[in-house]
Design a protein around this ligand. Structure first.
Ligand SMILES: [Fe+2]
Length: 262
């Protein structure tokens, strides 16, 4: 099973973000075109929140149009910029979004179970896990004797870098409870997240967390590179391909978006 992970497209963002940002519509079009070009080699597209900048219906409709043209199954969860009320309202009005939005439900793709969580608090940057989501996670990790693997998609990452500047705005209320549930299971847990606007990977016990950056508004902190930072501008012109194979094989490959070549 091979999936593509994209995050933080912020459709409807009119200004160009500092630190190497690009027009949001241009980025989303280029990503969708790129994915359409390799759709025969990909099974699934996952977008881990902040589809839009202001949670307006026109921006959700743009996302739906662009990503429908890829011709692959799509999975989405809300990010803090998507409301989440705005995304809930759009989901209620669109059969396509009702299929793609996996908030608090599980879908299976190529033998892999995929669970979506809504971590967003209306109007807040930080996140929160609700009881319904936590109960669902507990149920899933106990399934089939707690063996196998589970893929969780959630906007706010529950594993962080341990650097104040990154972690400060990523606070996720309830993350300790989530981690306790996950640690206690024998399952291999893969988490796909966004929100940070800079790619990173973190791992703890049986849990691997992969954060995709933002091609629209890259986070350009000097950390963790000290006095002579490597600015992440060019490093963010990527989405990520995740290959899951037999025996727990998992290979992650950054995929350059051709239409965005500098
Ligand atoms: Fe974002």
């Amino acid at each position: 099973m091979r999936l593509a992970h994209v995050s933080d497209l912020h459709l409807g963002m009119r200004e160009i973000a500092p630190g190497g940002g690009r027009p949001a519509a241009e980025v989303a079009e280029a990503v969708a075109r790129d994915l359409a070009g390799i759709s025969e080699a990909v099974d699934l597209v996952i977008v881990s929140g902040d589809l839009t900048e202001r949670a307006d219906a026109a921006a959700f409709a743009d996302f739906e149009r662009m990503f429908s043209e890829i011709g692959l199954p799509v999975v989405i969860v809300p990010g803090n910029h998507d409301g989440p009320a705005g995304m809930r309202a759009y989901t209620a009005s669109s059969e396509v979004f009702a299929d793609w939005n996996i908030t608090n439900r599980v879908k299976e793709f190529g033998g892999m179970r995929c669970l979506g969580l809504d971590t967003c608090i209306e109007g807040a940057v930080e996140g929160e896990l609700d009881e319904e989501g936590l109960a669902l996670v507990a149920e899933e990790v106990a399934r089939d004797g707690g063996e196998g693997s589970l893929l969780i998609v959630m906007h706010h990452p529950p594993l962080l870098l341990g650097l104040d500047k990154f972690d400060g705005f990523c606070r996720l209320k309830g993350h300790e409870r989530l981690m306790d549930i996950l640690r206690g299971s024998g399952m291999t847990i893969k988490i796909l997240s966004g929100h940070v606007h800079r790619p990173f990977f973190a791992s703890e016990h049986n849990i691997d967390c992969y954060v995709a950056g933002s091609m629209v508004a890259p986070y350009d902190s000097a950390l963790p590179f000290g006095d002579h930072p490597i600015r992440p501008t060019m490093l963010q012109d990527f989405y990520y391909l995740h290959d899951f194979g037999p025996g727990g094989r998992h290979l992650v490959t950054p995929q350059r978006v051709r239409g965005l070549a500098r």
